[in-house]
Each structure stands twice: as C-alpha cells, then as structure tokens.
Design a protein around this ligand. Sequence first.
Ligand SMILES: C[S@@+](CC[C@H](N)C(=O)[O-])C[C@H]1O[C@@H](n2cnc3c(N)ncnc32)[C@H](O)[C@@H]1O
Length: 214
Amino acid sequence: MNLDAWAEVYLTPERRQRFREVLAERLGCLTVVFEHVGDPRNISACLRVADAFGVGRVINYGDGRYHRNRQISMHSDLWVEVLNLQRFEDTVARLHQEGFALVGTVVDEPTATPLDQFEPPAKTALVFGSERNGLSPEMRQACQHLVTIPTYGFADSLNLGTAAAVMVRHLAETYRQRGGPDLRLPAGEQERLYRLWVERDVRTKLRKRGIPAD
Ligand SMILES: C[S@@+](CC[C@H](N)C(=O)[O-])C[C@H]1O[C@@H](n2cnc3c(N)ncnc32)[C@H](O)[C@@H]1O
C-alpha cells in the first residue's frame, strides 16, 4: 500500500485537513536561528513559539545538538524542523543561499532598531544569542540589521523564549499584513512536509496496533 492509501485508512480526513491548514499558514519569509544557546529547554520553548506563529524550521547553530523536551515544547518539535549546524560559515552561507537577511536580536545596543520601527527585509532569519553572552561579535558583524525590544524596567534582557515570542509574533504579523511572493512556503515544500507528517502519524498508529511500521 502506498502512503496515501495508508493515510486514508489510518488518519481521519479532519487530521489530514488540519495538516494542510497548518502548512498553508507556514511562513517562507521567516526563520529563526539560535547561536550557542546552552539550555535546550530554552530552544524547546522557542519551538512552541515558532510553531504557534508559523515558523516551520529553525537552525540551531553551535556545538550542541538540540535535545527535545516535550514537556516544554508541547510536541512542537514534531512540527518544527530543527537543523543542527556546527560551523558559523555554513550557517551564514546557507541562510544567504536561501535568500534570508540576518537580523540579529540584541540587548542594550544603541545602534539597534527598536522592534516597532523595524521594516523587515523580504526574508528574515532572526538570530538569537546565548543566555550569557548574547550574539557573538562575528555574528553581529554578519547581521544586516540589529533589532531590539525596548525595555523600561530594571531588567533589560528578556528570557530567550519570551524575547522569541515578542519578536516572532511581531514579524510574523508584519509579514502576513504585507503579503508578497515569499510569504508562504512554496507548494513543493508544503507537500514534502505534508508527506513527512502523514508518514510519521501512520507509523505511530501502526506501532500502537503492533503492526511492523517499516
Ligand atoms: C538572556 S538574553 C542574553 C543576554 C546577554 N547578557 C546579552 O547581553 O545579550 C538571550 C537572547 O535573547 C534575546 N533578547 C533578550 N532580551 C532582548 C531584548 N530586550 N531585545 C532583543 N533581544 C533580546 C537576544 O537574542 C539575546 O541574545
């Protein structure tokens, strides 16, 4: 039986329709990059943010691979792809090749643009820094724009997940209102992800029934 036939048997039409609806809202113009983020729980929190606002893939750049924490991500890691990259050059080259401008998110930086005044480029890779040091000097250098969330209290820096929620929500809404050719994921990419999600769901269902899923 092929995948579509399995899907007919094991996934309800509502489930398949839901996949299509979520994929139709995924943004092709926005991605997120983590640079040397030390605590994987912070990435898990950001994955939940990414999924909620329509970012389908993030890059985890640094020494450590992302280890999922489903209690925090609430299974968003099933729906948001995490690409682990170790080298700075590979990360920047890949983003440029995909047409993304790097937009660094920074704390306490007078030259940075306040988020509400920022006019995002056609495609944005939003780069978040480590909990302790923020963005590295080389990453700052590589960024075409620096953006900050202005704060007015004793705390100038926000927790990574909180900063991601504010930034991603703001940019996602800006892009949705603006529209344009890069807004959605290309049809081929939506189809690839649809088939991936269907296959994973079918395999899970088969395993639960004790049917070999390979
Ligand atoms: C806990 S903060 C890092 C604080 C670090 N001491 C610094 O000086 O950047 C972790 C990351 O969250 C993001 N972030 C936190 N607060 C922010 C703010 N007010 N504006 C923009 N980004 C922020 C940045 O990407 C930052 O690198």
